[in-house]
Design a protein around this ligand. Structure first.
Ligand SMILES: NC(=O)c1ccc[n+]([C@@H]2O[C@H](COP(=O)([O-])OP(=O)(O)OC[C@H]3O[C@@H](n4cnc5c(N)ncnc54)[C@H](OP(=O)(O)O)[C@@H]3O)[C@@H](O)[C@H]2O)c1
Length: 327
């Protein structure tokens, strides 16, 4: 079996390589990136791999490809890969909402993988973290409306985002490459472009992608996405309004026993999720679970969650999908 990582030198591509090794996936791995990176070397399971330039002929000897490139590039190379019979798990948002492309979080809708026609899309990173955190509550109480504020790490914008924060922490006037403003010592309430309603493309993803994966076209989500000067791991404050009456103690148990979640909820003892604690691991930490006392019907509650968006929000989720494909 041969697996290509496309965008292998980026934040997600590098993490994919590490995830394949951690999960002991026995395969030949081909690393593809731009001509700038051709010849760079990385180690994988004790072997040295050399990055090759991505071209139309890159996929002749490949079975599966893990995509970690921007949308425009994904739209260009994925048809090349499909034409050579390669099944692609893609991290860009280029194909996520296409009807014939399954959008999958393996803890939530693994059955959708089977419906693929050569492309399976990996969801938006903040959406993955929120949905893993909420899935047991969704099944028990049927969430009908969510209000979400995200606190998104700089590495969500790739290698350039990491470099911007590192350099601006030393010198706030250092060049800005990933964000429109200085991010060190600051917050930026913009991720993606805004539409005529003042809603950003990143904010729409939470509703559109959650509807698709929960197969629930009536779900309503109001989302505000904020870039924060955290290196890695997204955090989210989430209010949910449900069809059923909620029970905080039961919700804690559901999350403690959930697939992919860890309960960190003892605020009196200063125990709650924080991005430093979720960095470089695959689980979503959930805490600060509390009833919304302003909703007298008892159908609403609030939670706080954190998860590593390069791992579970991107590379790990994609490798989990690959593992389902090759089972
Ligand atoms: N970062 C996250 O937390 C995250 C989470 C979820 C989804 N995503 C999505 O995953 C994708 C990758 O994001 P990232 O953060 O890993 O970005 P990144 O760090 O900027 O990496 C981009 C990759 O694309 C490659 N590339 C750029 N131009 C190319 C070209 N002309 N031909 C071939 N390869 C080219 C780069 O190679 P060179 O090094 O050669 O330029 C690099 O390997 C994006 O669609 C992003 O939205 C990211």
């Amino acid at each position: 079996m041969k697996i290509a990582i496309v965008g292998a030198t980026g934040a997600v591509g590098q993490q994919m390589l590490q995830c394949l090794e951690e999960r002991n996936i026995q395969a030949d791995v081909k690393l593809l990136a731009s001509a700038r990176s051709a010849g760079k070397k990385f180690s994988f399971m004790g072997k040295e791999l050399v990055v090759e330039e991505l071209t139309e002929n890159s996929f002749k000897d490949v079975d599966y490809a893990l995509g970690a490139t921007e949308n425009d590039l994904a739209k260009k190379w994925i048809p090349w890969a499909n034409a050579d019979g390669v099944v692609v798990v893609d991290n860009s948002s280029a194909f996520r909402l296409c009807d014939d492309v399954p959008l999958v979080i393996p803890e939530i809708n693994p059955e959708d993988i089977k419906k693929h026609n050569g492309i399976i899309a990996n969801p938006n990173c903040a959406t993955i973290i929120a949905m893993v955190a909420l899935h047991e509550l969704y099944k028990k109480y049927h969430i009908k409306r969510m209000i979400v504020s995200t606190y998104q790490a700089v590495s969500g914008a790739g290698v350039k985002g990491i470099q911007d924060l590192e350099s601006q922490l030393k010198d706030p006037n250092a060049p800005r490459t990933a964000f429109p403003y200085q991010i060190a010592y600051n917050l930026i309430p913009q991720i993606g472009g805004f539409d005529e309603n003042g809603i950003s493309s990143e904010e729409w993803k939470m509703q559109n992608e959650a509807r698709k994966m929960w197969h629930d076209p009536n779900l309503k989500v109001n989302c505000t996405c904020i870039r924060v000067p955290v290196m890695r791991s997204h955090s989210e404050s989430i209010f949910i309004e449900c069809e059923e009456e909620v029970n905080v103690e039961e919700a804690r148990q559901l999350i403690a026993n959930g697939n992919g979640t860890v309960l960190k909820d003892d605020p009196q003892n200063k125990i709650y999720p924080m991005p430093l604690d979720t960095t470089d691991q695959d689980l979503v930490f959930v805490g600060r679970i509390r009833k919304d006392l302003t909703d007298e019907t008892g159908h609403s509650m609030a939670i706080w969650c954190c998860g590593d968006q390069i791992r579970k929000g991107a590379a790990t989720n994609a490798v989990q999908i690959l593992q389902e494909l090759i089972k």
